[in-house]
Design a protein around this ligand. Structure first.
Ligand SMILES: [Fe+2]
Length: 250
């Protein structure tokens, strides 16, 4: 019988691991999450989470909703990466917006990883769905269109978070409720506010080359040069949130 073991970040491919992309993905995840046992016969099967030893009062619907949120966060990451790539082009060349959206892409990656680690911590099974974005079909038409899309996307992510919270409330999963209401919703409200303010400023300034140049310079000074977290903590749990975020990287 193959007993459950906890190898420490063993990246050697075990004999019974499938020789396809899923192995490469798990190998990548293993470098950023806590150790997993790839030699366990159920690791790659759909039965993994149902009998997980670490599972406690974790409903399958909540697990599914958390997986959907992981994909939503990685979708947003990919969208911001598409925007950053556009502003970094030689025929666009707006370094402020490039840096800003590159930072946003890192932030969304972090959000996805927080949910991913949380899923594992609760004894659930992470299922990474497809990212729906097709970057080759997206042609950004200047700064305003990018910020308008970003503002709408942040609002839709908040709606998705509220939907996950509804599922968690249905099953009285206070761990998920706390994660979403104490950390993610306040962070999402700040992002919506930040994107909306920037969208309003570029709308007022106009689409001319000089306006875009000045706006980009402003973004570079206010966000990129000073680092990716320019906000001033303006709500009671800001420090606690930061501590929680750190703790979630197990
Ligand atoms: Fe996010």
């Amino acid at each position: 019988m193959n007993l459950f073991k906890f190898p420490k970040f063993s990246l050697l491919k075990p004999k019974n691991a499938p020789n396809d992309l899923s192995w490469k993905i798990f190998k990548y995840i293993s470098t950023i999450t806590f150790p997993a046992d790839y030699s366990h016969p159920h690791f790659f099967s759909s039965k993994a989470s149902a009998g997980s030893i670490g599972r406690s009062s974790y409903h399958a619907e909540v697990e599914k909703a958390v997986n959907e949120q992981i994909v939503a966060e990685f979708n947003a990451m990919y969208m911001y990466l598409s925007m950053a790539s556009y502003f970094g082009r030689t025929d666009v060349a707006l370094p402020g917006c490039y840096g800003f959206f590159m930072d946003m892409h890192i932030e969304e990656h972090e959000h996805g990883l927080i949910f991913l680690n949380y899923q594992n911590m609760r004894g659930g099974k992470v299922v990474l769905g497809n990212i729906q974005l097709a970057p080759d079909k997206i042609c950004w038409d200047g700064i305003r269109s990018a910020f308008a899309t970003a503002a709408e996307m942040e609002k839709s992510i908040k709606d998705k978070l509220l939907a996950v919270n509804c599922v968690a409330e249905k099953h009285r999963d206070y761990g998920v409720i706390d994660l979403i209401t104490s950390y993610f919703i306040p962070a999402q409200d700040r992002s919506i506010c930040e994107m909306s303010r920037l969208l309003q400023r570029i709308t007022k300034m106009g689409k001319e080359g000089v306006a875009e140049y000045l706006f980009d310079k402003e973004v570079h000074t206010a966000f990129v040069q000073k680092g990716p977290k320019p906000y001033i903590p303006d709500y009671p749990n800001a420090e606690k949130d930061a501590a929680n975020k750190k703790d979630l990287y197990i």
